[in-house]
Design a protein around this ligand. Structure first.
Ligand code: PGA
Length: 250
């Protein structure tokens, strides 16, 4: 079901004490009923954060990555059943940093999406184009390919379980946000793609988040666009001062 979502992606930041403190302070906010907050915490802190927020219906906890295999000889990796066993039921997949720095392919991401759905978990599926593609106005085709390669094999019942995050790579961590019009144009395009592939109702029911230098100063305008249902927020999710106003920006 389409929801307003403020998702934080803490990436590889914070330590146990600061992560717990941040989770507690967000947990103590008065969060409006029409907003879901997601905390994308580093794996070593997930169990703590789940415990700290477990009585709060407005706050969910997500892992930033998972391995697609159920178990096995994959030193250093984290499986979906491991995440499920500590109460995590959402996972960010296909973040551009995973794609670019850790060489994740569309095929890897497809396998992760499938494995998550098989385990009744919610994939937060990230997509988005690099600067060169945007400068050549190729962003729509680029993201369409990402959909075709990693999620458009899903059936009607499955695709509805995804949360989509559009994150133009040139806007991530650069302070350079997509304009509200650029975000709206891409989100409307993606919703139309889903509508053409599946149907109108399914497209209307999927939450599509924008990510890339979301901050208190631009969140309201971005989130007020018709097809922008919230944000996946990196840097500005690391403090209550910044993330609090973003949660309240709907
Ligand atoms: P940023 O990161 O908000 O720091 O640009 C967003 C993201 O990578 O999800």
């Amino acid at each position: 079901m389409r929801r307003n979502i403020a998702a934080g992606n803490w990436k590889m930041n914070l330590t146990l004490k600061s992560a717990n403190e941040l989770a507690v302070s967000i947990n103590n906010l008065e969060i409006n009923d029409n907003v879901d907050v997601i905390l994308g915490a580093p794996s070593v802190f997930l169990a703590n954060i789940v415990e700290l927020t477990k009585d709060n219906k407005r706050v969910n906890v997500a892992a930033q990555n998972c391995h697609q295999a159920e178990k096995g000889a994959f030193t250093g990796e984290i499986s979906i059943p491991m995440l499920a066993s500590i109460g995590v039921n959402q996972v960010i997949v296909g973040h551009s940093e995973r794609r670019e720095i850790f060489n994740e392919s569309d095929q890897d991401i497809k396998e992760k999406v499938d494995a998550l759905l098989l385990n009744n978990m919610t994939p937060i599926f990230c997509c988005g184009e690099p600067l060169m593609i945007r400068e050549a106005s190729g962003q729509n085709d680029y993201v369409k390919k990402q959909f075709e390669n990693s999620i458009f094999h899903l059936g009607e019942n499955e695709i509805q379980k995804l949360i989509i995050a559009y994150e133009p790579i040139w806007a991530i961590g650069t302070g350079k946000t997509a304009s509200p019009e650029q975000a709206q144009d891409m989100h409307a395009f993606l919703r139309q793609l889903i509508s053409d592939k599946y149907n109108h109702d399914i497209a209307e029911n999927i939450s599509i988040l924008y990510g890339g230098s979301v901050k208190p100063a631009n969140a309201k305008e971005l989130f007020s666009q018709d097809d922008v249902d919230g944000g996946l927020v990196g840097g500005a999710s690391l403090s209550l001062e910044n993330f609090g106003p973003i949660i309240e920006a709907f």
